[in-house]
Design a protein around this ligand. Structure first.
Ligand code: NAD
Length: 254
């Protein structure tokens, strides 16, 4: 990866979903740019190994985004570990394809809890700390939020909620100096974009693919999303708040 500069030198940042494809690539990118990190993900994920591989004394925090109240606890632990908080990258998420008539209330609530409610509770817990540092929150939406996505209604709704949350918090906390933005990836190479299709699904209603020259299989790479997170948490984006940065190689237009 190209070294940009030390634009995140000593910034204290919490990254959720850090054992996943985009979260890990983001952690790597932020670390290269000089940030001090708390990497968070589910119990059982190899966070300690990732911290060791990044080699800069970052720390691991295990939490379950499906558990109510886990967001605030996670933030408290991150502030204790880092001594301050300059930024949060809300990247944890779950995806699954199912015919909408097969989605139970339990499935629906779990999808919204992990993808949306947990991101909100983390942002809510972080706000008092970010007000001290004029920090920021970057959350993860999806092209599904802008276009809808067949067989993924709950996911698309949760990701649309991320955009509404981001814009609402950006307006409410602008005078406190806190910025809120969202990265909106199209199909990026990961376990998530390889999700099992619904049996007998309409083949035209699968993930879109980019026609941008040079992208194998029409997919972006995790580092393409990571670069967007790094920009939005940095001072290069100091006048950027309430924005949605689409990273999709023009999948949107196809
Ligand atoms: N890959 C894509 O094509 C794509 C497109 C649009 C948006 N996104 C979003 O990007 C983010 C990262 O996705 P990815 O592609 O890296 O997928 P991924 O599955 O590799 O990573 C998701 C991470 O979230 C964590 N997670 C899931 N449930 C959790 C829970 N209950 N508690 C704590 N952590 C939990 C997982 O352990 C995993 O490390 C997600 O929010 C996803 O919705 C991905």
């Amino acid at each position: 990866m190209t070294r940009v500069n030390d634009r995140l030198k000593d910034r204290a940042i919490l990254v959720t979903g850090a054992a996943g494809a985009i979260g890990r690539a983001t952690a790597e990118r932020l670390s290269i740019e000089g940030a001090r990190l708390v990497l968070a993900d589910r119990p059982g994920t190899p966070l300690e190994q990732i911290c060791t591989e990044l080699g800069k004394g970052h720390s691991a925090a295990f939490y379950d985004a499906a558990a109510s109240g886990s967001g605030e606890t996670l933030v408290q632990g991150a502030v204790a570990a880092l001594g301050r908080l300059d930024g949060v990258c809300n990247i944890a998420g779950v995806y699954g394809k199912a015919r909408s008539t097969d989605v139970t209330d339990v499935d629906w609530n779990l999808c919204l809890q992990v993808n949306l409610t947990s991101a909100f509770t983390i942002a809510r817990g972080a706000i008092p700390h970010l007000a001290r540092t004029r920090g920021c929150v970057v959350s993860t939406s999806s092209l599904a939020a802008l276009e809808g996505l067949a067989y993924s209604t709950a996911y698309a709704v949760a990701k649309a909620g991320i955009i509404a949350m981001t814009k609402s918090l950006a307006a409410e906390y602008a005078s406190a100096g806190i910025r809120f933005n969202a990265v909106c990836p199209g199909a990026i190479r990961s376990g998530m974009s390889a999700a099992k299709p619904v049996p007998d699904a309409d083949p035209d209603l699968t993930f879109r693919r980019s026609k941008l020259l040079g992208f194998e299989g029409g997919l972006g790479e995790p580092r393409d999303a990571a670069a967007a997170f790094a920009y939005l948490v940095s001072d290069d984006a100091r006048f950027v708040s309430g924005s949605v940065l689409v990273v999709d190689g023009a999948q949107f237009q196809i």
